[in-house]
Design a protein around this ligand. Structure first.
Ligand SMILES: Cc1cc2nc3c(=O)[nH]c(=O)nc-3n(C[C@H](O)[C@H](O)[C@H](O)COP(=O)(O)OP(=O)(O)OC[C@H]3O[C@@H](n4cnc5c(N)ncnc54)[C@H](O)[C@@H]3O)c2cc1C
Length: 368
């Protein structure tokens, strides 16, 4: 099936996270826009951790794509291939494009419908509530934020965090790692660094589900566990396509200064999937969506040579990121320093940027 037609150019966006949602929103009245996402809804990934301890919190952070896209076609099916002119989905349909935007960030094994996702949070919450000890595997942003949420909301539970690196939060500076470790320890979270848990033995059911042994031989008893490592990039579906040679060794799409996939005139890539050297952040994905939308609108006017010179240039963002530590505190990486405690918590930890994210895609900060 070909989407669109007539005078309007066809823009297909693959991936409905921060980058894809924003560009679809920005382009929907300038082109025939098709948004292809594995799920029916936009999700703010890091809100998952608060939603696991407080399921109603998820309500505002899971947004049906059709709630913010009034003039675009939404397709809820994974994309599995592309040609010079079309995108193919798992449902066996094809969508023709004049301009293609790839924004498939990271892949999470989340349900297709919002209702099922809300139910999943309720089940995870039940599991946490009924446990007296919890094991978290992975000390990156996801693992640290989850440990913080559980430690604050359920201080009576024994939380153990196992991390394979020598410091937590390796994408931030060492000072931020130290501050996060100090905060977690002050909340009685036991942090085991330089150790791993064999995930294969868990998935094969080789271990007693309550006793885990780390690579250093430390035995941990936990009534439930959460794996917070290895969110794969959403690029494996491109490996046998016309873009296979533009994937770098990490599976990221190599882009030029205009966010076009290297060597491609009409294919853009934005968000976490790109090889831009910066801390991967939702707010930067929004900025990339703005730059790419501006360029596509310009290219749609024709007169190539002249227009190409005027395409928006994207400059990598500064090292600026916040990691929440429960409902009140956070650790913040700023360009020249790190801060922790209540003040950075004012930025992130209360609302987790939910109101701000909603506003960025044209919705009210709160649900009616
Ligand atoms: C714990 C944690 C805390 C964070 N905190 C912050 C923060 O405070 N502030 C901030 O700005 N950023 C933060 N980030 C980073 C932010 O979440 C990411 O940078 C942002 O989500 C990237 O957006 P994206 O659209 O590129 O990718 P994603 O959000 O990963 O979205 C990708 C979309 O593509 C879809 N998809 C994947 N493959 C396919 C396919 N084959 N076909 C169709 N659809 C597909 C997925 O379903 C998903 O909807 C945090 C990240 C983590 C993990």
């Amino acid at each position: 099936m070909d989407a669109g037609g007539g005078d309007h150019k066809r823009v297909v966006v693959v991936g409905g996270g921060f980058a894809g949602a924003k560009i679809a929103k920005l382009m929907q009245f300038d082109a025939d826009v098709v948004l292809i996402d594995s799920k029916e809804y936009f999700e703010i990934p890091w809100v998952r951790n608060r939603s696991m301890v407080d399921p109603p919190f998820a309500d505002r952070s899971l947004i049906q794509h059709t709630d913010y896209l009034s003039n675009a076609t939404v397709v809820s099916s994974p994309a599995i291939g592309i040609t010079q002119t079309e995108v193919l989905t798992a449902e066996g349909r094809t969508y023709g494009y004049d301009y293609l935007v790839i924004a498939t960030g990271h892949v999470e094994p989340t349900p297709r419908s919002r209702k099922e996702r809300l139910e999943q949070f309720k089940q995870e919450n039940k599991s946490i509530k009924s446990s007296s000890s919890v094991l978290i595997i992975g000390g990156g942003r996801m693992g640290v934020e989850l440990a913080g949420e559980i430690a604050v909301d359920y201080p009576e539970k024994k939380v153990t965090l196992v991390h394979e690196g020598s410091r937590l939060l390796q994408i931030l500076g060492p000072k931020a790692s130290e501050k996060a470790l100090k905060w977690l320890t002050s909340k009685s979270v036991e942090v085991l660094l330089d150790q791993t848990i064999d995930l294969n033995s868990i998935s094969k059911g080789d271990v007693d589900c309550r006793v885990f042994t780390t690579s250093a031989g430390r035995r941990i008893t936990a009534d439930c566990y959460f794996v917070c490592v290895g969110r794969p990039l959403g690029s494996s579906w491109l490996e046998d396509t016309i873009l296979k040679d533009t994937l770098d060794k990490y599976g990221r799409l190599m882009v030029d200064d205009n966010l076009r996939v290297r060597g491609r005139y009409n294919i853009f890539a934005i968000g976490d999937i790109t090889d831009i050297k910066e801390i991967k952040l939702g707010y930067l994905a929004f900025k990339q969506a703005e730059a790419a939308a501006k360029s596509i609108k310009l290219l749609m006017q024709g007169g190539e040579e002249e227009k190409i010179k005027k395409l928006a240039i994207y400059k990598a963002g500064p090292p600026l990121a916040f990691v929440s530590l429960g409902r009140r505190d956070a650790v913040g990486q700023l360009p020249c320093t790190t801060v922790s405690g209540y003040i950075p918590g004012l930025f992130k930890s209360r609302d987790l940027f939910v109101g701000w994210s909603r506003k960025e895609i044209g919705l009210k900060r709160d649900m009616l």
